[in-house]
Every structure is written in structure tokens, then in C-alpha cells.
Design a protein around this ligand. Structure first.
Ligand SMILES: Cc1cc2nc3c(=O)[nH]c(=O)nc-3n(C[C@H](O)[C@H](O)[C@H](O)COP(=O)(O)O)c2cc1C
Length: 375
């Protein structure tokens, strides 16, 4: 690996776009999407909580905020308290959110998701144990690639027929059109963490025998169709991203070689510009790692696999030390870092990181109103 002083946490980064214009980020810190389970009326519409949460994080200096998992349809939401992108009212609330994020100098991406058999989940609350929200309490019948329950505590799904699959693809496209109209700069398609696109891709959960199941080409078909349909409506002046679980951490599940090959295909032939590397979430396994920078190696492997493309690779997982993030960039393991829980602990994580790395105050992305805090 080479070293390059320009590849640092606080150097700007351009996410490539098909038309060559690119989306310029002020630095390489990305807010990882994190469900807030804070929709009050179960209508998918962002609330004051979302405004203060994303507003504070934008003011804290992040280059790009990825707004949490947002359902492309009512049945695609992870829980009844998730955001949606399928009604005019939701679109208007997203427009307000995007304008707030932009006003603080950050770019805005939205994570579009269909949760499949993991939809209709219990919203996370202190002491909650996951599993399906019963229909009498606001849950709904879920749909998936098979009719099996996806995990312990989740209801059996209704198996999607081909018409149902086409509907999912067009739901993603319609949501992408709304995301564009709301002003988002980027989309991240959620193909990780055990939700529908991951359920389709992994041999552990996709036991179909039609053209959407079986070999890897068939299991990847739904993802390719979704990416193509989204790219069709998403402007060529805007980057399109995807979050992938690079491995299932289980023998016979997905591995980094398989997912890296798929990402190459999506970048080279389907208009993906940004790959965000995560892992697992489909089945419980003791092999799932944790700790500081626990996906760093997977991120570096993905970056290597995409080295001859212009795609940007970011990685998420246990990144909270500025020094560690800086080293990951300077050694070209990845192009950007996605920060999750550390941003909830400290929405001003980038401002803090810049100060601790000795970045001059003028180059610190802290809001000027806060300069007297002497970052
Ligand atoms: C409260 C919470 C909500 C999350 N919601 C999402 C989500 O909406 N979409 C997603 O891809 N990952 C989600 N995740 C996973 C995070 O984006 C991230 O991948 C994970 O927390 C590991 O990164 P970290 O160690 O920086 O937190 C969530 C995590 C937390 C803690």
C-alpha cells in the first residue's frame, strides 16, 4: 500500500457520477444510516426529532449524512416508526430535512430499503427484544423471497411471485424519483443487514428455484434490477451508492470474493458509484466481529477489488478514534469512513476529530458559531 498525504480525513472527496460532474464532499466523514424509530404517527413522515438529530450532525461537520433506512413502500419499512418515501407528505418532510442538512454545509444521501421478511419489526426501545410487531399493534403481513420466517421471532412471509418482485423494483424507482425531487444528493440502496436485497442475494435465505434463486447470477438478479431501475430515474449528475454485507460470516453464506465480484459488476455495468462495506445481519453467528474498526479488512479488500474503477469505497464498523480513521485513509484502505454510534455519542465527531488531529481551525468543519469553543 502507498501513502499519500492528500488522502486524509479532512481532504475533500468527490463521489463520481456518470456525467462526470461528481458530488464534492467537504471531507471524508460520512454519517452511517441509523434508524431513529421516531416517526410519531406511523405514517413514514419525518418529525422534529429527525430535524434536530440530522441538523446537529450536519452542523458537527460531517461531509455526507446518510439518512436512515427509508421504506420504499409501507410493507418495506423495518418498523411502523420508520421513515418512508412513498407519499407526498413524506417527500415534503424529506425536502425540509435535506434543506436543513445543506444549510450546514453537508451533503445528503438517503438509504432506500425494503426490509422483506424483517419488515414490520418492533421499533427499538430500551428493553425491546426485536421480532415482529403483531398486526393488532400496527404490524403487517410481510413479503419475502420465500414463505419462511427470516429469523427467530419473525412471522412467516408471503412469498413474492414475479408480479410482486416487479412491484418491488418499481417501488424503488418511484422512491428514487421522490428522493431526487426532495433534493437528495445521493441514494444508498440497502443491500445489507438481512433485509430483502440481502435475503435475495444470500444462499442461506434464498431457496427459490425460479430465475430469482439458485446460482449467484439468479440471486443477484433482484439487486441488479433494482439498481438499473433506480439508475434510470436517478439523474446522471448524482452518485448512486449501495451498502453491502460483504460476508455472512457463515460457511456456505456470502463471502467477500462473491460480494466484491458483484460490486465490480454493479460499478462497471449498472451505474453504482459508491460502495459502503458492512457485514452480517442475516443469521446469528458467533463469528460476527466487533471492536475498533472491525470491518477495516473487508473495506480494504473491497477497495482492492474496485481499484481499477473510479468507485468510492467507504467502510463502517467501530470507527470512533480519529487516529484510526486517519490511518485507514492515509494507507488507502478505503476512501471514506462511515461513522454510526460515535456520531450519536457526539454529533460533533468531525469537529472533535479535526481538533485532535491538529487540523488548523480554518480547515475544521465546525460551525463558525462554535469556533469560540476552541476546537
Ligand atoms: C440505532 C441504530 C440504528 C441503525 N439503523 C441502521 C439503518 O437504518 N441502516 C443501516 O444500514 N444500518 C443501520 N445501523 C447500523 C449502523 O449504520 C452501523 O453500520 C453500525 O452501527 C456499525 O457502525 P458503528 O460501529 O459506527 O456504529 C443502525 C445501528 C444503530 C446503532
Amino acid at each position: 500500500m502507498t501513502t499519500d498525504n492528500r488522502n486524509t480525513l479532512f481532504s475533500p472527496l468527490t463521489l463520481p457520477t456518470p456525467d462526470g460532474t461528481g458530488l464534492k464532499l467537504r471531507n471524508r466523514t460520512i454519517l452511517s444510516p441509523m434508524c431513529q424509530y421516531s416517526v410519531d404517527k406511523m405514517d413514514g413522515v419525518a418529525t422534529d426529532w429527525h430535524l434536530q438529530h440530522y441538523g446537529a450532525i450536519a452542523a458537527g461537520g460531517f461531509g455526507l449524512l446518510t439518512v436512515e433506512s427509508t421504506g420504499v413502500s409501507p410493507v418495506g419499512r423495518i418498523s411502523p416508526r420508520d421513515l418512508g418515501m412513498y407519499s407526498d407528505e413524506q417527500e415534503d418532510a424529506h425536502r425540509h430535512l435535506v434543506s436543513l442538512i445543506h444549510s450546514q454545509g453537508a451533503a445528503a444521501a438517503v438509504q432506500l430499503n425494503h426490509a422483506g421478511g424483517r419488515a414490520s419489526g418492533k421499533p427499538w426501545m430500551p428493553g425491546s427484544h426485536g421480532g415482529s410487531e403483531p398486526i393488532e399493534e400496527g404490524g403487517w403481513q410481510t413479503v419475502g423471497m420465500t414463505d419462511q420466517s427470516i429469523a427467530k421471532g419473525y412471522q412467516p412471509t408471503t412469498k413474492l411471485d414475479k408480479t410482486g418482485i416487479k412491484q418491488i423494483v418499481s417501488d424503488f424507482a418511484e422512491a428514487a424519483g421522490r428522493a431526487d425531487a426532495a433534493g437528495y444528493d445521493a441514494i444508498q440502496i440497502h443491500a445489507a443487514h438481512g433485509y430483502l436485497l440481502h435475503q435475495s442475494l444470500s444462499p442461506l435465505t434464498n431457496t427459490r428455484t425460479d430465475e430469482y434463486g439458485g446460482n449467484i447470477e439468479n440471486r443477484a438478479r433482484l439487486i441488479c434490477e433494482v439498481v438499473d431501475a433506480v439508475r434510470e430515474v436517478w439523474p446522471n449528475s448524482k452518485p448512486l451508492g449501495i451498502r453491502i454485507s460483504a460476508t455472512d460470516w457463515v460457511e456456505d453464506g456470502l463471502d467477500i470474493e462473491t460480494t466484491a465480484r458483484l460490486m465490480r459488476e454493479l460499478v462497471k455495468h449498472h451505474g453504482i458509484n459508491w460502495v459502503d462495506v458492512s457485514s452480517g445481519g442475516l443469521v446469528n453467528t458467533p463469528l460476527q466481529p466487533s471492536g475498533p474498526g472491525f470491518h477495516a479488512l473487508l473495506g480494504a479488500q473491497m477497495k482492492q477489488a474496485l481499484a481499477d474503477t473510479d468507485a468510492i469505497v467507504s467502510v463502517v464498523g467501530g470507527i470512533s478514534s480519529p487516529e484510526q480513521a486517519e490511518t485507514m485513509l492515509r494507507t488507502h484502505q478505503v476512501d471514506a469512513v462511515s461513522i454510526g454510534r460515535a456520531a450519536m455519542r457526539n454529533p460533533h465527531w468531525p469537529a472533535m476529530a479535526a481538533a485532535s488531529l491538529g487540523v488548523p481551525r480554518e480547515a475544521n468543519p465546525a460551525a463558525v458559531q462554535y469556533w469560540r469553543a476552541e476546537w
